[in-house]
Design a protein around this ligand. Structure first.
Ligand SMILES: Cc1ncc(COP(=O)(O)O)c(C=O)c1O
Length: 450
């Protein structure tokens, strides 16, 4: 690890002023009163500003799938930065972005092979929603303006994403958002499905909620449906067996585009490249980000079926016309593209997706061994993912799980919590002994929680 020495840390601690920065999705006042700062990282570990080595149980934020500061990725970024820092992507482009798109298209489900790059998952979601609207309009079905999301969905923080998303905390402050949006019911059913290993048995029929919305709005008005194959930010909610298949067939019946938001499930997390492959359902579009570059440089993307891209090329006007009025200054940024190429190569060389599939049964056993501990009301697992749901404290939702996070961090293990669910999703290079350390720490913490 490229670690700052003690003197450098002392200097950092003495000189750092926390006032200017407004930290995202964080209780700023609480944080600044007792800051938690990470200063370096290597493989499975972070180093903290107080000199501790912390095991990363969440791959940064479902993102550093190959482990931290991996040499081939670091070197690719350094080389690209010294060769060409930036080039506009509008009416010009550069080779690394094409190479990254080709490598990405080689691991996506069959037929999904055209890629639009963004800089984040939120931008990928908004881009996918815009592609859906533009696609129907080009095909002469411009009445299809409605976008359908799902309760408890998280699709980033752009206005499109929060509109189709279903997390009330992210929506309630921001007024009207996108006009033409509706939501299906979520699939979380702890009464019938608690302590499921992999996909829960019950709830395929919840996909019929889309039929209800078609009856209400009429298919001629609906452009697309967007879901996370596994909802992460509302607590690791797996799709019931048959649910995604049913959603796919209802979309097909009514000509509605199906979008999978694979921002956290992409790049091996479930044991195959994408959750679409794990669950055997191919959407029309997929959003991705995070592990696309192993999180080393921000990058997101939308992967679409070739037919969607071809529609833009065939119906988007004369050859000199811009077919899609959309893009970001940094779409396909050279450093991001170089990081993506190196990451996708590394995943393949080290067979990291296969490693997830190999480790998954051990992971599942360790996770479910927490059943019966105080406060645990559900455990949900797949691939290298676990959600451990705790009984909320009366009148203080989220407090018990956050306390677990703080206590685990003090015991040198980084976990994440969302509501009262502890979520873990480590880098794929994790060893069995480190899996033991993660779950043993959570076990110890659970025994002492208020
Ligand atoms: C499913 C899903 N979509 C979109 C996003 C937003 O990605 P970003 O934070 O890169 O904008 C996230 C982030 O966690 C996510 O989990």
């Amino acid at each position: 690890m490229n670690m700052p020495d003690e003197k450098a840390l002392r200097h950092l601690n003495a000189s750092l002023n926390l006032d200017s920065l407004w930290i995202p999705f964080t209780a700023n006042r609480q944080f600044k009163a007792a800051p938690r700062l990470l200063v370096s990282a290597k493989d499975m570990y972070y180093q903290t500003q107080d000199g501790r080595k912390v095991l990363d149980g969440i791959a940064g934020l479902w993102a550093v799938n190959a482990g931290h500061c991996r040499a081939p990725i670091v070197e690719a970024i350094q080389k690209q930065a010294a060769t060409m820092d930036y080039a506009t992507g509008f009416q010009m482009h550069h080779p690394a972005a094409f190479q990254a798109a080709e490598k990405l298209a080689s691991i996506t489900p069959q037929g999904m092979n055209r890629v639009f790059f963004t800089n984040s998952g939120s931008e990928a979601v908004d881009t996918a929603l815009k592609i859906a609207l533009a696609y129907h309009r080009l095909r002469g079905e411009g009445t299809r303006r409605m976008l359908i999301g799902r309760e408890r969905g998280y699709h980033g923080v752009g206005f499109g994403g929060i509109s189709v998303g279903g997390m009330v905390g992210n929506r309630k402050t921001f007024g009207n958002m996108l006009g033409s949006v509706d939501h299906m019911r979520h699939t979380h059913d702890p009464v019938r499905n608690s302590f499921s290993r992999g996909q829960p048995e019950h709830g395929a029929e919840l996909a019929d909620d889309l039929e209800r919305l078609v009856q209400l709005h009429d298919a001629s008005n609906i452009a697309a449906v967007i879901v996370e194959p596994i909802a992460g930010s509302t607590g690791v909610l797996l799709p019931p067996k048959g649910y995604l298949q049913r959603l796919r067939s209802i979309c097909d019946k009514y000509g509605i585009l199906l979008i999978f938001d694979e921002v956290i499930t992409g790049f091996g997390r479930t044991g195959k490249a994408f959750a679409a492959q794990t669950f055997g359902v191919t959407p029309d579009m997929m959003t991705c980000a995070k592990a696309l570059t192993n999180a080393a440089v921000p990058m997101g993307g939308v992967v679409v079926k070739q037919g969607i891209y071809d529609t833009f090329m065939e119906k988007g006007g004369p050859d000199s016309a811009i077919e899609f009025y959309h893009g970001y200054t940094y779409s396909g940024h050279p450093l991001a593209a170089a990081a993506a190429c190196a990451s996708l190569d590394l995943f393949k060389e080290e067979k990291l997706f296969e490693r997830v599939a190999e480790l998954a049964p051990y992971w599942e056993e360790q996770a479910h061994s927490l059943k019966g501990l105080p406060h645990v009301i559900d455990i949900r697992t797949i691939g290298l993912i676990v959600g451990i749901e705790l009984q909320p404290m009366a009148d203080k939702p989220g407090t018990r799980a956050f306390e677990a996070f703080l206590r685990a961090y003090n015991k040198n293990v980084l976990i994440r919590t969302t509501g009262d669910t502890i979520a873990m999703s480590p880098p794929f290079i994790i060893e069995k002994a480190q899996i033991d350390q993660l779950f043993d720490t959570v076990r110890d913490v659970l025994k002492t929680l208020p």
